[in-house]
Design a protein around this ligand. Structure first.
Ligand code: TXA
Ligand code: MG
Length: 328
């Protein structure tokens, strides 16, 4: 990654092109947020329905007033604490924000990502970059440049390689357009961190009273191609052997526990770290590996339910719901 790469990317963005770039959460598929034709290309490449709003990425919080109006104190507090970082704020939009960016809503999602390549690009381009995750609609977000290349390849004008993403799951989304802040999507910034900084409790979920519509938080989302089932630790082995007995190959995604499980033909094991942060960082790459291994099913050991695991838990439940409500 060189200064010339950033310059090339800036030229592409200024002329209506589309550039995939790294952030600390996942790779984004970026276009000039003030150019509707460029933004339309993102929707075409992703196959994303037009009413799904995009996040506008900014170089710093000083750019907020161009994109958002009536900015509440809580928004300024959160921006001051967590930007650059994995937090998206939903705020009332200004008239300058194109309709195609917001899905026609009166609000806009804004975030300053914490990645040197993203920040270099944003500073050099000067304006906002509208960017969803750089995957086809409904699929797992990419956490390496190789993931983007494999999935979108020649459809994008340029892919900036900034190495593997540090967080690995999408940003936390907080809406600040209602009476109280609401978490629309759990992510890299935990609920406890938000509560600590705001000094008050914060509601969870799109069903909350003050929540605006967040179509990307559809139940069936973030899914690998392989059917995925969340299974308790007690029945993990038994369920996998059930597949093997039917001559089907299952993958087990389990948390490392000290004892090394025996290897069996027809069972592919992915061992995951015990801490939520590293687990989240690795999850999407493992789901892609599961797809590449041509498995009949992915059996994921249930993860703890406490606050630190909220984002992982959320993505796993969505991935499981994408295929079938039945258990194997
Ligand atoms: O970490 C991330 O947030 C990554 C990186 C690239 O920044 N981006 C990302 O974008 O995950 P995307 O488009 O895959 O997900 C954005 C989510 C969607 O669920 C969308 O509905 C929601 O943000 N969103 C965007 N603008 C919104 C708005 N005005 N109101 C409610 N939800 C909004
Ligand atoms: Mg996405």
């Amino acid at each position: 990654m060189s200064a010339a790469d950033i310059e090339a990317a800036v030229r592409i963005l200024r002329t209506g092109g589309v550039v995939a770039f790294p952030t600390e959460t996942v790779y984004g598929l970026g276009a000039d947020a003030s150019n509707p034709a460029a933004v339309e290309r993102i929707f075409a490449i992703k196959g994303r329905p037009a009413h799904h709003p995009l996040i506008v990425h900014l170089a710093d919080a000083a750019q907020l007033p161009h994109w958002a109006r009536d900015i509440p104190g809580d928004a300024r507090t959160l921006a001051a604490h967590f930007w650059p970082g994995p937090l998206t704020l939903i705020l009332k939009r200004t008239p300058q924000v194109p309709d195609c960016v917001t899905g026609g809503q009166d609000t806009v999602g804004l975030r300053v990502p914490n990645h040197p390549v993203a920040l270099a690009l944003l500073c050099a381009v000067g304006g906002g970059i509208a960017a969803p995750s750089a995957n086809r609609f409904g699929r797992v977000s990419p956490t390496t440049a190789a993931h983007v290349r494999a999935e979108l390849g020649g459809d994008v004008d340029m892919i900036l390689d900034g190495g593997p993403c540090r967080v690995g799951l999408e940003s936390t989304i907080v809406s600040l357009v209602g009476e109280r802040p609401v978490i629309l999507r759990p992510g890299g910034i935990s609920r406890a961190m938000l509560v600590q900084v705001l000094g008050s409790d914060i509601q969870m979920g799109a069903a909350a009273e003050d929540a605006p519509r967040a179509p990307g938080t559809l139940e069936a989302h973030y899914a690998p191609r392989t059917p995925l089932f969340v299974v308790s630790a007690q029945v993990l082995e038994e369920t996998a052997r059930g597949f093997a007995a039917r001559r089907q190959r299952a993958g087990i995604i389990q948390i490392e526990s000290g004892t090394v499980p025996c290897t069996e033909a027809n069972i592919r094991r992915f061992m995951m770290p015990r801490d939520a942060e590293t687990y989240g960082q690795r999850l999407y790459a493992v789901l892609r590996e599961g797809d590449e291994a041509g498995l009949h099913a992915l059996l994921v050991e249930q993860v703890p339910e406490d606050d630190t695991w909220l984002a992982v838990h959320d993505r796993l439940s969505r991935a499981a719901r994408a295929h079938s409500p039945d258990t194997p």
